[in-house]
Design a protein around this ligand. Structure first.
Ligand SMILES: *[C@@H]1O[C@H](CO)[C@@H](O)[C@H](O)[C@H]1NC(C)=O
Length: 111
């Protein structure tokens, strides 16, 4: 790797972590219509999936409150802020998931 190429990578990393950069990181867009049934369904799916992995803490899906999406060639990555309740008490979670054009979904993280 040349020095100038390395410098380019470093510059891009700094730009991406600069304050207020969330909306400007290339490819990521805020989800405009958070009430879109597909977006709400993805949040519901992420909660169901999490419940299967950790059934000891049953979460009840409430709603997706905000999020961002990143379109790629054959996949879309979503970062969703989800409200879900445990025994009636609402907590906020962040889920990262990928949906392929084939509709196959992968949950990358939920916390
Ligand atoms: C989501 O949950 C948080 C924490 O309980 C709460 O403050 C917020 O009002 C909730 N948002 C919606 C849209 O329900």
């Amino acid at each position: 790797m040349t020095a100038s190429r390395l410098l380019t990578i470093i510059t891009v990393c700094i730009a991406a972590t600069a304050p207020g950069a969330t909306a400007t990181i290339k490819g990521w867009h805020p989800i405009k219509d958070i009430n879109d049934p597909h977006i709400q369904e993805l949040g519901h799916w992420a909660v169901s999936k999490t419940n299967k992995v950790t059934p000891s803490i049953p979460l009840t899906f409430s709603k997706v409150t905000s999020g961002e999406e990143h379109y790629q060639f054959l996949t879309t990555e979503y970062l969703l802020h989800i409200n879900a309740s445990i025994y009636g008490v609402i907590h906020s979670y962040t889920a990262v998931l990928i949906e392929e054009v084939s509709k196959k979904r992968t949950l990358l993280s939920f916390k």
